[in-house]
Every structure is written in C-alpha cells, then in structure tokens.
Design a protein around this ligand. Structure first.
Ligand SMILES: [Zn+2]
Length: 296
C-alpha cells in the first residue's frame, strides 16, 4: 500500500515544485511547504554519471546514470557540443554524427525533486570525436600546375586538403592524404583547361581528368563549377569538394557509377558535372562508396 501513497505525494510535490525550486543549480535547497517534511531526503549526487562509448563518428555514446541520495522525481539529459546544447539530443544515448567531428561532446544531467534545488552535473566524453575509422592507408601527394594558372593556388592547396581531411570524404573510408613538397604517390594538378588533352587524348578541355598518377583539376571548372551544377544552385565550394572527391576516387580505383534511383543522392563517382539522371547533387562518397575503397 506504500506505493500508491508515495505516488500521490509525488504528484502533490510536482504540482508545487515550480514555485519552490530555485532557478539556479547549486543553490541550497529552499524550505518547501510544511507538508513535505523532508529532513534527510535531500537530493544529492552519490556517484557521478559517466559518458561511455567510443568517440568516433557513427558510434553511439551513452550515459552511465548517476546514483543519488534521495530519489529524484525526474532526471533529464541534454547533450552538449563544446558546451552548447545540441538540438533534440535529450536521450540517454547519442549517435555521433559528422557535425560532432573534432568537437568535445558531453551530457548535462539535471535531476529534480520536488521541494529541492535541482542538481545539475556534466559528464564529458574523454576525447574529441574522431573519424569514423582509423586511417588504414596514408597516401602522399604533391601539387603542381600546368599552363597559365590564374586561380589562387594557395586556396587550391588548402581547399583540396580540407576535402581530403573531411570526415564525409575518403578519409571517412580510412584513406588519409598527406601533402608533401615533391614526389609522393600521386600528383594533384591544377591545369589550364586547354592543357587537359596534354595528359591524355581521352581528357577533354571541358572537364577534369585522372591519368595514371595525375589527378588533374580543370581550372575553368575549379573557378566556375559547371553549367549543370550552377543550374541546380549548388555552391562553388561543394563543386570543388565534388570534383576533388571524384577524381581522387578514380585514383583510388573507383569507376563511374550511375544514379541508383530518382531522388537519391548521386554517387560521387557519377559524372555529376554533366548530368544527374534524377539524382540529387552530392559532393561526398555515399555510404556504399565508402564501404568499397579500392586502392589504385
Ligand atoms: Zn570520372
């Protein structure tokens, strides 16, 4: 008969809690209405909550709950990214996404008990969120130009490396790219459009191309994307991601792929500069492409 009675008391306390709870955490409990009669039932943290799990994209972190002295009425969870609340992340578990990459993830636990100050405590993951997988292979490359280059070469180097480091890209499949001063496994070229056929007769002045160790980015495309891409109102930055991922994908051994179905994200190995066949523009390898890294 104890349980129904307790439930009733709890209901009464909840009904009055808004008035008696101090706003800020850490304040001493306020004396509640006389009916509460709590002498030794103060809410105190006994064992702190902990975040357990592997801090990698795609993995799930979970909270090992706290234990309390004095049972809380409610315990709420709010996940934080670098201290800022993550929208909608209020469960005991959180599957890490690309947006978490490189950030510190923590959970704020708030325990409430009617008539007492809420107790808030933050538990953090032990390290920043890392790539989905460890680097299985490191590829070295250096950068060259061909013909008259008017694009900002420093920006080209920086943005190409950003694409290669991005967890949505081939790094997410376990391939790490490192730029070197000379030599390396491949040469990334920024080329004047008219020089493309000098790499191979199959390379067109219109597009980028990969020939042997040369991954050649067409300067006109780098500067202006493609008419098709621009008609879809996609950004130049995304085009640059796409073209670097696509041509590097060839170097890694991927051939072209078609649109799998209408409305799907285009595989990065689809020739998206030319047409989409009903797919949506997509600058990054799709999950199925990431699962199939082949090395050239
Ligand atoms: Zn291609």
């Amino acid at each position: 008969m104890l349980r129904p009675l307790l439930a009733l008391v709890t209901l009464v306390l909840v009904a009055t809690s808004a008035a008696v709870l101090p706003a800020a955490a850490g304040e001493r409990p306020q004396p509640g209405p006389s009916v509460h009669a709590h002498g030794d039932d103060r809410l105190e943290l006994r064992r702190a909550p902990r975040v357990v799990g592997v801090a990698r994209i795609g993995k799930t972190l979970r909270v090992r709950p706290a234990t309390w002295k004095g049972e809380p009425d409610t315990v709420r969870y709010r996940w934080l990214r670098d201290g800022e609340p993550i929208r909608g992340a209020t469960g005991k578990r959180r599957k890490l996404t690309v947006a978490d990459f490189g950030h510190g993830v923590a959970v704020r636990v708030t325990a409430r008990k009617a008539g007492h100050a809420p107790v808030r405590v933050i538990a953090s993951a032990t390290r920043r969120v890392d790539h989905r997988v460890r680097a299985k292979r490191t590829v070295t490359y250096h950068v060259e130009t061909r013909g008259r280059v008017v694009a900002d070469l420093r920006r080209f180097r920086t943005q190409a490396q950003q694409t290669l480091d991005d967890p949505r890209g081939w790094r997410g499949a376990g391939v790490k790219f490192r730029r070197v001063a000379r030599g390396g496994d491949l040469t990334l070229v920024l080329s004047e459009a008219s020089r493309l056929p000098s790499f191979s007769p199959v390379c067109s002045v219109e597009w980028s191309c990969r020939v042997g160790r040369y991954v050649v980015i067409n300067q006109t495309r780098w500067l202006h994307a493609s008419p098709m891409w621009n008609r879809r109102s996609r950004s130049l930055r995304d085009y640059r991601h796409m073209v670097v991922n696509h041509e590097m994908g060839h170097w890694l051994g991927h051939g072209h792929r078609g649109c799998p179905r209408r409305g799907a994200a285009a595989p990065v190995m689809q020739t998206q500069s030319k047409g989409l066949d009903g797919c949506r523009p997509n600058p990054w390898p799709t999950p199925s492409e990431r699962r199939l890294p082949r090395f050239g």
